[in-house]
Design a protein. Structure first.
Length: 372
């Protein structure tokens, strides 16, 4: 059975629970409350992170709520304990980005990722707390990034994955100017209880058409498609078994109060009758490296690892996804030791099938002539 790695590749930090938007698909339970991280929490995390960063590349991802809602002064104070070698990333809705924030990003060498779901008509779920569309504020923030020549990534949530949507989506992000695009099909998760079941052929077609659009003009990195192509190449080379690490990245999320939840940031802030608050400890009481060393003993983590092994023994796609995500199992199935979820179907199985369908449809004439 695979366990948890002792050293993560990155840490997620929640500088505030507050978000200035109220997106319909958001999973966060406390986004209307402004609970800010004390500097003491960042200092405790940095005590473990700085030695890790001295040994190799390491990232801290600031993720709320809306991280910029914490303010520049607070965010600077939270970042100060981390060594210069640490890479800082921020996931933002971009509505608060102005010239001063861009100067802050440059000063602190922060890599920016923006959440936006495509053209104006596709952003109906992204609204302010007063229920007004947020799109104009989002694109104004992106324009400010571009005016300052700051590179950025983009993350899009898709709630209607259909083949005709794919080309429109990709063309939009080409024009937006992002360097990397991540595409998330909406998930039933956290406080978002909307159904995420979709027609299998439509979702497969969406991914196949997205590959086609990307291949016609591959000017940006398309996260999910590039993952899939790497896996397909490794299968052909006979090296696919080498893609899965021997142990799982614990992906620790440090909540505003110092509580640490491993594997799935989406579990932070929730409680369960069987498992309590899902945390494996608090950095104000126990060093982060010690928490991670014992995290596999957290009750729900053991249940999840059993589910991963059940996937290994039953699913032909295991080599691609490695067993899925803990939060998707919990919020869809009510347990961590279940196997296939709608998220698996939408964003793993049908993703890979869409990439393979595109490859089959675009073989060279010579290859088709040789088919038996």
């Amino acid at each position: 059975m695979r366990g948890l790695a002792g050293v993560p590749s990155y840490v997620v930090m929640q500088p505030t629970t507050l978000c200035n938007l109220d997106c319909a698909y958001c999973y966060l339970p406390l986004r209307a409350a402004d609970r800010r991280m004390p500097v003491a929490v960042a200092e405790a995390v940095a005590a473990s992170v700085n030695p890790w960063a001295a040994s190799g590349r390491f990232s801290v991802v600031w993720h709320g709520g809306e991280p910029l809602a914490a303010g520049r002064e607070r965010l600077a104070a939270l970042m100060a304990p981390f060594a210069a070698e640490v890479e800082h990333h921020v996931q933002t809705n971009a509505t608060l980005i102005d010239d001063a924030w861009c100067e802050f990003f440059v000063t602190h060498r922060i890599r920016v990722s923006v959440s936006v779901d495509g053209p104006r008509a596709r952003n109906g779920d992204r609204v302010t707390r007063a229920g007004h569309p947020a799109y104009d504020r989002i694109v104004r923030g992106v324009a400010t990034l571009r005016r300052h020549d700051l590179p950025f990534s983009a993350l899009a949530v898709v709630n209607d994955p259909s083949p005709e949507r794919a080309a429109e989506l990709y063309a939009y992000f080409l024009d937006l100017g992002c360097e990397v695009l991540g595409v998330n099909i909406e998930e039933t998760e956290g406080v978002n209880t909307r159904d995420n079941a979709h027609d299998a052929a439509a979702v497969t077609g969406f991914w196949a058409e997205l590959v086609a659009a990307w291949r016609r003009e591959p000017r940006i990195h398309l996260r999910e498609v590039e993952w899939s192509l790497r896996y397909a190449a490794a299968v052909l080379d006979g090296t696919a078994d080498d893609l899965l690490p021997a142990s799982l990245d614990p992906i620790p999320t440090v909540a505003h109060d110092g509580a640490v939840v491993v594997l799935s940031p989406e579990l932070a802030g929730f409680t369960d009758p069987r498992h309590g608050d899902f945390s494996s400890g608090n950095v104000l009481a126990t060093p982060l490296h010690s928490i991670l060393a014992g995290a596999a003993g957290t009750g729900w983590v053991g249940e999840f690892l059993s589910g991963v092994e059940a996937c290994r023994s039953s699913c032909p796609y295991f080599g691609f996804c490695g067993g899925g995500h803990a939060a998707n199992r919990y919020f869809e199935l009510g347990r961590f030791d279940g196997t296939e979820t709608e998220h698996c179907r939408n964003s793993k199985i049908r993703l890979l099938e869409g990439v393979l369908d595109h490859a089959r449809d675009h073989r060279s004439p010579g290859a088709r002539a040789g088919d038996g």
